[in-house]
Design a binder for this molecule. Structure first.
Ligand SMILES: [Zn+2]
Length: 297
């Protein structure tokens, strides 16, 4: 079964002060024109959160940008060859019918690619994962290099939570969802500090999907040198469940089970398989997860 998850996080807004226009955004590109985001105003990653809400969770799309006409647009790579932004009106038209990864990402290695193996990272153990700004199951694109960034497995998994929410919503309603994913870089660094993910369902004026979150491109247990993508072991924040009690559920993406945040088994889920969700339990069960017997959430 496809590993999918539906989750919706409602987190405290951790943004201090006002926004400065276009700071940290590759300016001048039409795709990011309406984005008003300043990385300096976001709380530093401290191991307690996978992502934070931005702008009161309201996306920056302007009326003019909203459309029901499906498309996916990739901004040009910037002067450092970094991915700038991907935006689209996602609908059944852009979603591929088959869900299999028949093609590969080929030789597309994004900037900041310096993947190394660590014992503290579950799965294949690598510190980085080539990740699409807009996932293939939404955009149909898998080899588009203007769409592929260097992501930590932790960020990649948490992006997936949101992407699956969108996919299930579109399958259910046949509506369209505006989606923009913007990697956020600090000065000339080659690996982004995180991505800004904005989404808005068009036909129902955001009633179904509406969020604006910044996801940290961090990996518990290691720290990145974002200028090169190289990493070092720190051992910090490895016990993720303990420090993320403010989510409604902790999910083990390996065993596909849902746990209460205070469950002792939730504390044992490795960094690769842990996901966070504030979705309804029924939604998660509908997405293929089961309530764990240990804590019966
Ligand atoms: Zn449990």
């Amino acid at each position: 079964m496809k590993k999918i998850i539906i989750g919706l996080a409602v987190l405290a807004l951790i943004v201090f002060g006002g926004y400065k226009l276009f700071n940290n955004i590759s300016s001048g590109d039409a795709i990011t024109k309406s984005v008003q985001f300043d990385y300096e105003n976001v709380q530093q990653y401290d191991g307690t959160k996978a992502y934070v809400e931005v702008n009161g969770n309201k996306p920056y799309f302007t009326e003019k940008e909203l459309t029901k006409k499906a498309y996916v647009k990739y901004a040009a790579l910037d002067t450092l060859k970094r991915v700038s932004s991907t935006m689209g009106c996602i609908g059944t038209e852009t979603m591929p019918e088959d869900d299999e990864k028949k093609d590969s990402m080929g030789d597309n290695y994004p900037t900041g690619w310096n993947s190394e193996k660590y014992e503290c990272i579950d799965g294949d153990g690598y510190s980085q994962k080539r990740t699409s700004c807009i996932a293939r199951f939404l955009s149909g694109a898998y080899t588009e290099k203007r769409n592929i960034i260097t992501a930590s497995p932790f960020m990649s998994n948490n992006m997936n939570v949101y992407e699956v929410i969108i996919a299930r919503y579109i399958e259910r309603t046949s509506n369209h969802v505006m989606l923009r994913v913007t990697p956020i870089y600090k000065s000339d660094e080659l690996m982004c500090r995180g991505v800004l993910m904005e989404a808005y369902s068009v036909e129902d004026d955001g009633a179904g999907i509406c969020f604006n979150v910044f996801l940290y491109n961090a990996q518990p247990g290691i720290s990145f040198d974002y200028s090169t993508g190289k990493s070092t072991y720190t051992g910090e924040y490895l016990n993720l469940a303990k420090v993320t009690r403010d989510y409604q559920y902790i999910i083990n993406n390996g065993t596909m089970t849902i746990h209460r945040p205070d469950c002792e088994n939730a504390d044992k889920i490795g960094s690769r398989n842990i996901l966070y969700s504030n979705a309804e339990k029924e939604e998660l069960i509908g997405a293929g997860y089961t309530a764990a017997e240990c804590c019966n959430p």
